[in-house]
Ligand binder design. Structure first.
Ligand code: PEP
Ligand code: MG
Length: 657
């Protein structure tokens, strides 16, 4: 008996949804399988389900045989079609493991600028740290490779089952601890599932029955399952290979009667260095004492990255073999923004990092009083100090910082994070969640700003000589109304909350605004005809190209606001690639050419009576904020970490008058 359906589980059957699906399936006696593209796997194995890589909006078939087959199919199809119904978990679908903000990828080539040995890895969690190195390189476990006698097999199977039960019990105890965050809890729960999964345990038992000792069997089976995860074309699932190894290791340690080298003894402020750290080990480590994390394994979507980011611990991951250079280091400095690790820094570097760390800590403490401040100009005009964010997970940090709304929601992450284009519903939910979180403040959502330099699944980008001058941002969107309209419809739906504004990136001519407006109207008419609630929104543009600056007076008559994107504006005004370190000197917002472009824009916007804001990095610079405010800018949007400092700068300006 079988039934097919389209999967509506947000982000597909990743770890947590797969776990839920399995839990449901296990509630039935029948054998149940999930079939995708002709491949059938047991619906009672979360590992097999994850490896099937089922994505949202794909067609699958649920097949069942047994006494309660009808009920099983009903329940499982129900879950796939409406995953939120009947959930007892408030976190909903696509839990933290799949939804963590993915920082920009960084090159992994070694770099040495000033003669100091500097290793380059993946900038996985921002912040700088310097501290004693705490090398955590537990010895590789080797199986004894012993052949079992036939009369030993049953005993070895029991020993293995006991070890699995003991690992699960330890994980259960960790899960029961109060101090575990919701994100960490999800991660540990997923590891617990891997430990119990048939794919792993079934393979181990098979090997033991064939005569392998339990430790050797676990090592071989974990390697095979991990290899399956590594082979899938999905970064998130690739990262699960490390989790499988970590679980296998835990089972082996119990079998060998050994304890993992504990992270309990890590000194205050130390930089944890490891080739790999099990997410479970990290989640239950004394995280408050860890100054930073450096790892050979791991990428931006690995569990280590998710945990360090959510605990504000700077981290550089994915160093590969280069991490071995740190085994004997006594001190390490890391820059989690740039992805740099400096081994045994010289005195000047030590002094520099200590100063940066100390300054950051002192500043953070002193700035807290500005969180609730509403800064004004001397004439009483409120200056909105808003946040630049790229995911719902960053809402809390922005609110904690005292953000007066969102001045730039980069929607690219929503698109880049998935292996398919996000649906209208999913986008509408995301934009609505933002609107509700920041009401009554505005939330400015930027329409998709993607190009050949940042490819995403579902859009074919041509090879371009100059991707920054090519088919990106509004240019791509207007050529792909199927994608663009989906986003505009979602924004119109979210606009019922009344605080959504929309801005267009990379504008270089007025026609781009008028064509967008026509599409917005088309979408609104469609939604009306379909009876879907929606509302209008203010439409603004980013000023990022010299062309936009030069037509700013005319552009100002077409839109509700300007937001100056100094990152791109600087590279285009100076003709200096923002990613090319050899022209970094030219890429300077304080160059008179760039400052005069900003001034021209401000003047045009103020003359037309529209709001002029800024959302490029320069908006958070205390040395430039007074100049921008004098130019007439009334909104500055920046990374949450800069908000309190910016409020302080503006308050000081007003007090001077
Ligand atoms: C900018 O260009 O200043 C900007 C804010 O956009 P992004 O950095 O996302 O290109
Ligand atoms: Mg830009």
């Amino acid at each position: 008996m079988e039934r097919s359906t389209i999967v509506r589980v947000h982000e597909g059957l990743h770890a947590r949804p797969a776990t839920r699906f399995v839990k449901l399936a296990k509630g039935f006696e029948s054998d149940v399988e999930l079939v995708k593209d002709g491949k059938a796997v047991s619906a009672k194995s979360s590992v097999k389900l994850m490896l099937l890589a089922v994505k949202e909006n794909q067609e699958v078939t649920v097949r069942a045989s047994g006494a309660d087959a009808i009920e099983a199919i009903e329940a499982l199809i129900g879950y796939l079609e409406n995953p939120r119904a009947g959930l007892d978990d408030e976190a909903g679908e696509g839990g933290s493991e799949a939804a963590a903000p993915a920082p920009q990828a960084t090159p992994t080539a070694a770099a040495s600028a000033d003669g100091t040995p500097k290793l380059q890895g993946v900038a996985a969690s921002e912040g700088v740290a310097i501290g004693p190195a705490f090398a955590h390189f537990p010895a590789e476990i080797e199986g004894p490779g012993r052949r079992l006698r036939a009369d030993e097999i049953d005993g070895e199977l029991e020993r293995f089952r006991g070890a699995v039960a003991s690992v699960q019990a330890r994980m259960d105890r960790t899960l029961a601890e109060d101090n575990l965050s919701a994100g960490d809890r999800g991660i540990v729960a997923a590891l617990r599932d891997i430990a119990a999964d048939d794919s792993l345990t079934g393979e181990v038992e098979k090997l033991i029955k064939e005569g392998d000792d339990a430790v050797s069997a676990v090592i071989a089976a974990a390697a095979a399952v991990a290899a399956d995860f590594s082979a899938v074309d999905d970064h998130y699932l690739n990262a699960r290979a490390d989790d499988v190894h970590a679980v296998g290791r835990q089972i082996c340690l119990v079998l060998l009667g050994q304890d993992e080298v504990s992270l309990e003894t890590i000194p205050q402020g130390a930089i944890l260095i490891a080739d790999d750290i099990g997410a479970w080990d990290l989640a239950r480590a004394p995280l408050k004492r860890i100054g930073g994390v450096v790892c050979g394994h791991g990428g931006a979507t690995s569990h280590i990255a998710i945990i360090t980011r959510s605990h504000g611990i700077p981290a550089v991951l994915g160093l590969g073999d280069k991490v071995n250079a740190l085994r004997t280091a006594s001190q390490v400095a890391i820059d989690g923004n740039a992805g740099h690790v400096i081994v045994d820094p010289d005195e000047a570097t030590r002094a520099d990092f200590s100063r940066r760390v100390e300054a950051a800590a002192q500043e953070r403490a002193g700035l807290k009083i500005f969180k609730g401040v509403t800064p004004t100009r001397a004439d009483g005009t409120v200056i909105e100090v808003a946040a630049n964010i790229g995911s719902l997970e960053e809402i809390e940090a922005a609110q904690e910082a005292g953000a007066m709304g969102v001045g730039l929601f980069r929607t690219e992450l929503l698109f880049m994070r998935h292996m398919h284009l996000p649906s209208e519903d999913m986008q509408a939910e995301t934009y609505s969640a933002l609107a509700k979180a920041f009401a009554p403040h505005s939330v400015i959502v930027r329409t998709l700003d993607i190009g050949g330099d940042k490819p995403i699944a579902g859009i074919e980008f041509p090879d371009e000589e100059n991707p920054f001058l090519g088919w990106r941002g509004i240019r791509m969107c207007l050529d792909r109304p199927d994608i663009f309209k989906r986003q505009l419809r979602a924004l119109l739906r979210a606009a019922v909350h009344r605080n959504i504004k929309v801005m267009l990136p990379m504008i270089s001519e007025i026609a781009e605004v008028t064509r967008t407006r026509a599409l917005v109207e088309e979408c609104a008419a469609e939604l009306k005809a379909e009876g879907v609630p929606h509302a209008g929104f203010d439409l603004g543009v980013m000023i990022e190209t010299p062309a936009a600056v030069l037509i700013a007076p005319a552009l100002a008559k077409e839109v509700a606001f300007f937001s100056i994107g100094t990152n791109d504006l600087t590279q285009y005004i100076m003709a200096a690639d923002r990613l090319n370190p050899t022209v970094a000197k030219l890429n300077d917002v304080t160059n008179p050419a760039v400052m005069s472009a900003i001034e021209l824009t401000a003047r045009a916007g103020v003359a037309a009576g529209i709001m002029v804001g800024m959302c490029g990095e320069a908006a958070g610079r205390p040395d430039l904020i007074p100049t921008f405010i004098k130019m007439g800018l009334t909104e500055l949007s920046m990374s949450p970490a800069s908000i309190q400092r910016a409020k302080k700068t503006i308050a000081a300006m007003a007090a001077e008058k």
